[in-house]
Ligand binder design. Structure first.
Ligand SMILES: Cc1cc2nc3c(=O)[nH]c(=O)nc-3n(C[C@H](O)[C@H](O)[C@H](O)COP(=O)(O)O)c2cc1C
Length: 310
């Protein structure tokens, strides 16, 4: 059996699989259930400051090669999130990453100030939402200066309240130059990255009605189809910016997770695979990683991080 333990931003994870943000509920009970099913860590659904309504149903399509969702980041707000986080922290079976989201920089800071009062491990800044203060309302993830400002302000607020909490930024693939965005966040003090968020938006059409299947018409693409893009972008950011990465996007098997680590990820986010393989996809993935390590004489997973030859 190989040693699957990894260290990310100074925190120890029993194995590299981490529940990706937005998948499997928002309660302490569901996070604990995911850890019991083999996950090495948990990322919460993105938390807004106030209650945030999502999009109407249908919101999710699942096909063998991809999923598409337009859930629209529904959330009950930071107070509710805090009570669930406190419940989880009573036992804390695995490290907790709290994802935060907002439409304005000051909203991100207000949520971070609330969350940083708790004994959590990492704050993940989801910058994929449109910046309502910018001239064209582009997502923070697409404008280097906006990504830099929000990272700097969240990092400063968190550092003041609880310097043990690391601040990582969740990057979007829907930008011309992800390395430029990553570099801006690094200059602003980011401690690491999670990438990628969903790709798109995409459109799926019902042939009978000739209507879009999703009520929101378009949605973000995840699952197996986006894995090669995720692996490439993880490797691009790994080579350009020397900060730890959670590689996310289409990881469904142990082989996928190993590929993500060879590209440069330390942790591997697992989201859509829960729909494809069930909640125990985490233990299935780690068992498969273990089998591969045994066959290939790898004693510790840390040996393979960033080992791709390019
Ligand atoms: C139903 C659904 C909801 C999601 N909600 C969030 C969210 O709240 N915040 C976020 O940063 N990413 C969210 N994501 C994106 C995932 O965290 C992940 O980045 C993406 O799905 C790619 O990984 P996967 O292919 O393993 O699903 C969501 C994805 C899905 C499928």
């Amino acid at each position: 059996m190989a040693d699957l333990k990894v260290k990310f931003c100074g925190k120890e994870f029993s194995n590299p699989t981490v529940l990706a943000s937005g998948v499997l509920g928002v309660t302490a009970a569901s996070w604990k259930n995911v850890v019991s099913s083999g996950a090495g860590g948990i990322t919460t659904k993105s938390v807004w400051f106030n209650e945030h309504k999502g999009h109407p149903n249908p919101t999710i399509i699942t096909t063998p090669s991809y999923m598409m969702n337009a859930v629209g980041l529904p959330d009950a707000g930071v107070e509710k999130a805090k009570s669930e986080i406190n419940e989880y922290l009573k036992a804390k079976p695995a490290p907790l990453i709290v994802s935060i989201v907002g439409g304005r920089t000051d909203e991100f800071v207000k949520i971070a100030e609330q969350i940083a009062q708790l004994d959590i491990d990492i704050i993940e800044v989801n910058i994929s939402c449109p910046n309502v203060e910018s001239e064209f309302g582009k997502p923070f993830a697409c404008v280097a200066d906006d990504a830099k400002t929000v990272t700097a302000k969240v990092k400063a607020a968190v550092k003041k309240l609880n310097p043990n909490i690391s601040v990582i930024v969740k990057l979007s693939p829907n930008t011309e130059d992800i390395v430029k965005i990553a570099n801006s966040c690094a200059q602003a003090g980011a401690d690491g990255f999670c990438l990628i968020n969903t790709l798109g938006p995409g459109l799926a059409i019902n042939l009978e009605t000739r209507m879009p299947i999703l009520a929101n018409k378009v949605g973000g693409i995840s699952g197996p189809a986006i894995k090669p893009l995720a692996v490439k972008l993880v490797n691009d950011v790994f080579r350009a910016v020397k900060l730890p990465i959670i590689g996310t996007g289409g990881v469904t098997t142990g082989e996928d997770a190993l590929e993500m680590m060879m590209a440069g990820a330390i942790l591997v986010g697992v989201g859509s695979a829960v729909y494809y393989r069930g909640i125990d996809c985490f233990s299935k993935i780690t068992n498969e990683m273990n089998e591969w390590c045994d066959k290939n004489g790898v004693k510790s997973l840390t040996e393979i991080i960033g080992s791709v030859k390019r």
